[in-house]
Ligand binder design. Sequence first.
Ligand code: NAP
Length: 250
Amino acid sequence: MDQKVAIVTGGSKGIGFACARRLLKDGYRVAICARSEDAVQVAGKELEAFGEVLALRADVGNVDDCDNLVAETIRHWGRVDVVVNNAGVYAPVPFLDFTAEAWDALFDINVRGPVLISAAAGRQMRDAGQGGRIVHISSTNGLAAEPEFAHYNASKAALISLTKTMSIELAQHGVLVNSVAPGWVLTPLSEDYVGSLTPEQLRRVSPLKRVAQPDEIAGAVSFLCGPDSTYVTGETLVVDGAMMAMLAQP
Ligand code: NAP
């Protein structure tokens, strides 16, 4: 019962999988979820090499699934100490083509899901009196705009804002709330685009001349969930290889 428990949404691949593996190595028991039952079970089996895993099918865009994810984790292990709101979707829509459905579908997953899951887990953290950590995976798209991604950009800016409000409200319960804003990361979500980048384009992505690996984002999440960040809350940690630090050059 003493071993801490983390929930990582979207843990079947990419950044979420790397976060789950890192938190297992850090000593947590980890619940992961994804929409694809098959994919989440396969990932769960692979992650079992690193510790105790609970693999659940859940769509964070679905209200009931959000509640069930937290309830099932608590039923299984009796506690929740960390939430990593990683699940997110990214698909272009030219601004003049927006429909209410396209906007809401993305916001339900990228913003409402993290709100509902954080609130359910936060109530448990409050009642248990043991504090906790919540980390939202936002994006540099929440700090600057990519054309044809108005909904995605706004959803990531919303997570950065949410981080601040939650950090203030949950401080009294010992719950620290932060966000990690990656730049480009090589994952199934980005591999088609990232794989096609020329060396010149990579130089514009980062002075390191490469994109990040998922483990490099997981390292930041581990820090924000670990013993060296006990006075860090309400913060967004940009992990972009200095992409946002660079002025555009002709
Ligand atoms: P990915 O490779 O597409 O993986 C996404 C994970 O989330 C999968 O496990 C996916 O499984 C799950 N997922 C998607 N929608 C879900 C939903 N509605 N409910 C539950 N699970 C869901 O994506 P990624 O590149 O690792 O991105 C992870 C997060 O980092 C996202 O929030 C993304 O916006 C953010 N990010 C990524 C980059 C990048 O360059 N890759 C940069 C900045 C920020 P299912 O499809 O089976 O549900």
